[in-house]
Design a protein around this ligand. Structure first.
Ligand code: ADP
Ligand code: ASP
Ligand code: MG
Length: 429
C-alpha cells in the first residue's frame, strides 16, 4: 500500500466540528487504499495563546521551557483527532514528535531536524493503524524536547513523508493552495497550479505563510511532491494541480516571470555604522585571509563580527545580511524571537548607539526564476512603489528574488501595487 502523509494546520483543527471533519477526510483517504500518517498543528490560535501566557510570566521566557510549553498545543490536537478517528470506526494511534523519531539539534525554539527514525510509526502502519503525529516538535540527542520554529508542522510532515518514502505530502490549510499573493490582502490573487521548489522556498522565505520555508527545503532535498490544498478540498485526484498547488521539480518556466508577491511585516531592521572609521581601512580586513590586515583594520572587522557573535549567543537568526566596510545591515524576523527586550539590552550594553534597531519597516518581495537577468524588474518595481508614494529604505536582489525594505504601514498597499504591476498586468498582456 502506498503511504500518504497529510498535514492539517491550526485553522483545520480549530474546534471539535473541524476535528471531526478532518477525521472524516482521513477515513476517506484510508478507504482509497492508502496507509495514512496525519500531522496536526495546535488548535486555532493555541500557540499564540501559550506564548501570551509565557510572556505574562516572563518578558524574556527561557527557550527550553518555552518548548516544553508550546509542544503541549500539538499534543492536544493529536489526541483529539485520534479519538475522533476511532469514533468513526478507524484504528488510530497518536504519537508526539519524540515518539515518532523526529531527532533535532538542541537549538530550542527553532530547532532543525537532523534525522527521522520512524520505527514506531512504521510498526503501527504495519499493524494497520492510522498514525497521528504532533507537528512542530522533536527531541534532541540530549533527549530535550524541541520545537521547529513557527509554522514547523509543515516541516514535520515533509520530513516524515521523506523518511517513510510517501507517495506525496498533502499540506491542508484554509486556502486551497499557493496564490500569487496573500488572498487576504489581494482579492485578485490567483492560485498557482504548479511551482518549483525554488520558487516556493523563496516565496516562503519572503513571508508567504502558506508553506514553511524549511519544509520546502526538505522536500527539495528529498524530492517529495507537496500538494498544498484546502482542508475542505476533495482528496487529490488524477491531476492534483486542478484544485490545489503542486510543488515539485518542474521544468523551468519562461525566465523573468514573476510568480508571486510576498511580504513580511514583523521584522526588525538592524544597522551598524561606525562613524569616523574609514572604509579603506576596513575593507582589507573583511577580505581575510588574502591580505594581512593592520591591527586597526582587524579590530574594525571584529566589530562587525562581534555583533554577529552576540546575535548567535542570543540564538537570533538574521537574513539579508549586508556588510560593507564598517557598515552592517540585517533583517531579523520576529517570528521566533521571544526575548526581544533581552536582545535589545545586550546590544545597547555592548555597542551603545552604534547599533540601531528600527521597528518601523517591513519587507516586500517579488519572486521568480531569473527575474534579475536585467535590472528591468528592479526598476519597474521601484518606480511603481515610488509612484505610489511608498518610502523605500533599502533593496536587495538574488537570482530568484527582489526585496525592498519599506515603511511598515504601507506594506499591504505595496503588495497590491506590485501585484498589479507584475501579475495582473502580465495577465492582460
Ligand atoms: P495553517 O494554520 O494551515 O498552517 P497558515 O496560517 O500557516 O495556515 O497559512 C495559511 C495562510 O497563509 C492563509 O490563510 C493566507 O492568508 C496566508 N498566505 C500568505 N501568503 C499566501 C499565498 N501566497 N498563498 C496562499 N496563502 C497565503
Ligand atoms: N502551532 C505552531 C505554530 O503556530 C506550528 C504550526 O502551526 O505549524 O507556529
Ligand atoms: Mg502554517
Amino acid at each position: 500500500m502506498s503511504i500518504v502523509v497529510q498535514k492539517y494546520g491550526g485553522s483545520s483543527v480549530a474546534n471539535v466540528t473541524r476535528i471531526r471533519q478532518v477525521a472524516d477526510r482521513v477515513m476517506r483517504t484510508r478507504r482509497e487504499g492508502h496507509d495514512v500518517v496525519v500531522v496536526v498543528s495546535a488548535m486555532g490560535d493555541t500557540t499564540d495563546e501559550l506564548l501570551g501566557l509565557a510572556k505574562q510570566v516572563s518578558p524574556n521566557p527561557d527557550r527550553r521551557e518555552l518548548d516544553m510549553l508550546l509542544t503541549a498545543g500539538e499534543r492536544i490536537s493529536m489526541a483529539l483527532l485520534s479519538m475522533a478517528i476511532r469514533d468513526l470506526g478507524g484504528d488510530a494511534i497518536s504519537f508526539t514528535g519524540s515518539q515518532s523519531g523526529i531527532i533535532t539539534n538542541d537549538r530550542h525554539v527553532d530547532a532543525r531536524i537532523i534525522e527521522v527514525r520512524p520505527v514506531r510509526v512504521q510498526d503501527e502502519l504495519a499493524n494497520g493503524k492510522i498514525v497521528v503525529i504532533a507537528g512542530y516538535q522533536g527531541v534532541s540527542y540530549r533527549r530535550e524536547i524541541t520545537t521547529l520554529g513557527r509554522g514547523g508542522s509543515d516541516t514535520t510532515a515533509v520530513a516524515m513523508a521523506a523518511a517513510l518514502g510517501a507517495e506525496y505530502c498533502e499540506i491542508c490549510s484554509d486556502v486551497d493552495g499557493v496564490y500569487t499573493a496573500d488572498p487576504r490582502v489581494v482579492p485578485d490573487a490567483r492560485r498557482i497550479s504548479a511551482l518549483s521548489y525554488e520558487e516556493t522556498q523563496e516565496l516562503a522565505e519572503s513571508g508567504a505563510k502558506v508553506l514553511n520555508a524549511q519544509a520546502v527545503e526538505f522536500a527539495k532535498e528529498k524530492g517529495i511532491a507537496i500538494y498544498a490544498r484546502a482542508m475542505a478540498s476533495p482528496l487529490p485526484g488524477a491531476d492534483p494541480s486542478a484544485d490545489g498547488t503542486v510543488v515539485r521539480r518542474h521544468p523551468p518556466r519562461m525566465p523573468g516571470t514573476v510568480v508571486g508577491v510576498a511580504s513580511e511585516r514583523d521584522v526588525l531592521f538592524l544597522t551598524m555604522e561606525r562613524e569616523g572609521v574609514s572604509r579603506a581601512k576596513c575593507a582589507p580586513a573583511l577580505r581575510e585571509p588574502q591580505g594581512t590586515p593592520s591591527d586597526e583594520s582587524r579590530s574594525d572587522a571584529f566589530a562587525v563580527q562581534d555583533v554577529l557573535a552576540l546575535l548567535d549567543e542570543h540564538r537570533v537568526a538574521g537574513k539579508q545580511l549586508h556588510v560593507r566596510g564598517d557598515q552592517l545591515t540585517l533583517v531579523v524576523s520576529r517570528e521566533n524571537l521571544h526575548a526581544e527586550a533581552q536582545l535589545r539590552d545586550a546590544l545597547t550594553a555592548r555597542f551603545g548607539d552604534t547599533v540601531r534597531v528600527a521597528d518601523t519597516l517591513g519587507a516586500i518581495s517579488i519572486v521568480g526564476t531569473g527575474i534579475n537577468a536585467s535590472f528591468d524588474n528592479v526598476r519597474r518595481g521601484w518606480n511603481a512603489l515610488r509612484d505610489a508614494g511608498v518610502m523605500i529604505e533599502a533593496a536587495t536582489t538574488s537570482s530568484f528574488r527582489i526585496s525592498w525594505m519599506i515603511e511598515r504601514s504601507k506594506i499591504d498597499d505595496a503588495v497590491r501595487f506590485l501585484h498589479r504591476t507584475f501579475i495582473e498586468s502580465a495577465t492582460l498582456a
